[in-house]
Design a protein around this ligand. Structure first.
Ligand SMILES: *[C@@H]1O[C@H](CO)[C@@H](O)[C@H](O)[C@H]1NC(C)=O
Ligand SMILES: *[C@@H]1O[C@H](CO)[C@@H](O)[C@H](O)[C@H]1NC(C)=O
Ligand SMILES: *[C@@H]1O[C@H](CO)[C@@H](O)[C@H](O)[C@H]1NC(C)=O
Ligand SMILES: *[C@@H]1O[C@H](CO)[C@@H](O)[C@H](O)[C@H]1NC(C)=O
Ligand SMILES: *[C@@H]1O[C@H](CO)[C@@H](O)[C@H](O)[C@H]1NC(C)=O
Length: 394
């Protein structure tokens, strides 16, 4: 967990060092706003056992961390569709109308917790080195926006895209935060650069630096300094865990975020809240250590999900074929995993080899590993369709 937090530090601290602020009224007001938010954020009951999977699993999906593979390759195969929490029109936005759902995977930030039964909710997330996350966000913005270049001009691209969406009723990347802001912005830019290229004809400068091909796309350094990127991408994971993103469902969050952007030193409070939240999560993975993180996900989250679902299916036998279909995955696992419902002896993060972990059932662990080696090979996440219609829950 500490390792995860390390990834947060450099960005916020960098901001701190570089900034001098004036002690004007604005600062005083902002400091009060941030402190009030912080004390409310830290003042929540701690769960009796944060290592125990509660009824609802909230996957706080930070964009560009690879969370999509956890969802498609694993969680979606375990949880019957009926237990998945519904999303509203823009998909990765939670729709709280189904109170008994068990799995919620969204780009919504932590502010969503106020709409969920807090004590009955376990939160998990995956973090990534912020620099890589930013590179990846930039690349994905261009990738999705560039799919529109098949159209002759921006007007026709926008019109065609919305026509296709209406017709197929599918969810587009453009419906999902943060892409619903980042992609149109980049799309407009790509088209205007293409128009300029048309005039220049063959006089296009060649660059070997793919982050700086100014004739074709907004260079990375311009992208990252733009106010849109500053609001949405800078310290994005920290803000998401703190519940302070541009997408937050609380009005006060936006005030806090604006204050922190204005007076960088106030960022330490945000960091403090984010660290506490991470500490209280059931699981935090790291994109960089995919194999280890996925294995740990299996040990910490996966095995508890399986136990929970098996227990549920005993109480209320599967009535529809979908649920049966999902459970067949469990049944195809070596028997030790699903016949034995003892979860107390799980190999919780950091306690492996600990004498407290009595009775660890080795064959159970092996079958989980087996399952996860299948997960590691799963390449569902590579699936991309074109025309801006990709389900970009990456
Ligand atoms: C954009 O392209 C469409 C389709 O070719 C064309 O009808 C329209 O006039 C173009 N609009 C502009 C502003 O160039
Ligand atoms: C081509 O680009 C270079 C550098 O931008 C410029 O000096 C030159 O005049 C341009 N040539 C033409 C034909 O536009
Ligand atoms: C979020 O950011 C986008 C892009 O900068 C902006 O258009 C939008 O209004 C912002 N939303 C909020 C609630 O600040
Ligand atoms: C693990 O569980 C299986 C099946 O319930 C059982 O056969 C095996 O003996 C158990 N192993 C240990 C170490 O408890
Ligand atoms: C599960 O395993 C425990 C210990 O490993 C054993 O005591 C228990 O009987 C097993 N339960 C089932 C249903 O196999």
């Amino acid at each position: 967990m500490d390792l995860a937090v390390k990834f947060f530090l450099p960005l916020l601290l960098l901001g701190l060092v570089a900034v001098t602020f004036s002690q004007d009224d604005g600062y005083g007001q902002c400091e009060r706003t941030v402190m009030e938010w912080k004390s409310a954020a830290l003042d929540v009951d701690v769960k009796e056992d944060k290592h125990k999977l509660q009824e609802l699993l909230f996957f706080l999906h930070v964009p560009r961390t690879g969370g999509r593979s956890y969802f498609h390759c694993f969680l979606k195969k375990l949880y019957p569709n009926a237990l998945e929490c519904p999303h509203s029109y823009d998909k990765l936005r939670f729709d709280p109308r189904k109170p008994n759902c068990r799995l919620l995977v969204t780009h919504d930030d932590y502010s969503m917790m106020t709409k969920l039964p807090r004590k009955k909710t376990s939160v998990v997330t995956i973090l990534r080195n912020p620099t890589d996350r930013v590179f990846s966000t930039y690349e994905f913005s261009i990738e999705v926006a560039a799919r529109f270049l098949i159209y002759p001009n921006l007007t026709s691209a926008v019109r065609m895209a919305s026509r296709i969406r209406k017709k197929t009723n599918s969810v587009s990347t453009l419906d999902i935060w943060p892409w619903k802001y980042l992609v149109p912005w980049m799309r407009e830019d790509l088209f205007s650069r293409r128009d300029v290229r048309k005039f220049k004809e063959h006089n296009v400068t060649k660059s070997s630096d793919s982050y700086n091909v100014e004739d074709m796309a907004m260079p990375l350094h311009k992208y990252i300094k733009d106010p849109v990127a500053q609001d949405i991408i800078h310290n994005g994971a920290t803000f998401q865990v703190a519940g302070l993103t541009n997408n937050s469902c609380h009005a006060e969050s936006h005030e806090v975020r604006h204050c922190v952007h204005k007076y960088r030193s106030l960022g330490t409070h945000v960091l403090e809240v984010a660290r506490k939240r991470l500490d209280d999560m059931l699981y935090v993975g790291l994109t960089e250590d995919h194999k280890e993180s996925a294995t740990m996900f299996g040990n910490v989250v996966g095995s508890q999900v399986i136990s929970q679902l098996m227990e549920k299916s005993d109480k209320e036998p599967a009535v529809n074929s979908k649920q049966g279909q999902n459970l067949h995955i469990l049944k195809s696992l070596p028997s030790s995993i699903h016949l034995n419902r003892t979860t107390e002896n799980m190999n919780i993060e950091g306690t492996s080899g600990n004498a407290n972990v009595k009775n660890e059932n080795v064959s159970k662990k092996n079958s989980l590993l087996l399952f996860f080696s299948a997960f590691l090979k799963c390449d569902d996440y590579a699936e991309i369709d074109d025309g801006g219609q990709a389900d970009a829950s990456v």
